[in-house]
Design a protein around this ligand. Sequence first.
Ligand SMILES: Cc1cc2nc3c(=O)[nH]c(=O)nc-3n(C[C@H](O)[C@H](O)[C@H](O)COP(=O)(O)O)c2cc1C
Length: 268
Amino acid sequence: MTEKRKTERQSFAPGALTAPLPPVLVTVGDMDEANIITIAWTGILATIPPKTYISVRPTRHSYKMLKERGEFVINLPSASLAKQVDYAGIYTGAKVDKFEKCGFTKVDSKELEAPTIAECPIALECSITDILPMGSHDVFLADIVSVSCREDILEDGRICYDKADLLAYAHGEYFALGEKLGKFGFSTDKQKSAKPEPKREEGKRGDEKKPEGNKRSEKTALEKPAHPNDSPKKKPHRGQANPPMPKAKKRGKRPFGKVEKSSIRRGK
Ligand SMILES: Cc1cc2nc3c(=O)[nH]c(=O)nc-3n(C[C@H](O)[C@H](O)[C@H](O)COP(=O)(O)O)c2cc1C
């Protein structure tokens, strides 16, 4: 029998400890009556069709609203909105108007009745397809039916994540994102000819004024394709990190309503 290798690592009981996670502000309801719930149990399930999920405890005030409405908006907050994110994850919409308390502005979503939060740089409009019980939480699977962003974070038709300055969450603590380290595919030699990214001044983040000087090299770097395959000759491929945003097609309004029982898959 082989002996177990000695390790310096410490083991813990099983726990939900992946990090960093996006602590998102999920809006549900309509322009007249809407609620916000902070959700960290979220992510992407598929690229085509674009599928996401949120895991929600049935005890949340938002849970019933989500079930009834069949739709929600995932609003991605900037680091500057950390306090509002925390607040929306502590207080219940059954007792307070979180839009008012957080000082948020409701704007019409493109496809849904649930409002988008104007202050959030990026928003994903989601239509619920299934609800899966998963122990403490129920998972709301959803199609992403539209994406919007604030105009100030767009650059050449691409969402510029530097400018979005998104908030991260890791096991009970909030963080701002650090320095950009590279782009999708930067480990391949295709990227060798590309000029290095302009170095950020310590402590500076995307929404702050860029350091003076070396404006030429900064401009050149910003004009570089976002991906090694994203040159005028080559078509961008599916896996590229941040392709130019496709133009939104007009989508007929869907009669959103209660999620039908038949579409609610019960676990084994
Ligand atoms: C950072 C953070 C992440 C959270 N993530 C979740 C989550 O993924 N699922 C969930 O059910 N509750 C989560 N919560 C708790 C709810 O946001 C919280 O209970 C909220 O007050 C419920 O609001 P509601 O009663 O208006 O629906 C989180 C709270 C915080 C602060």
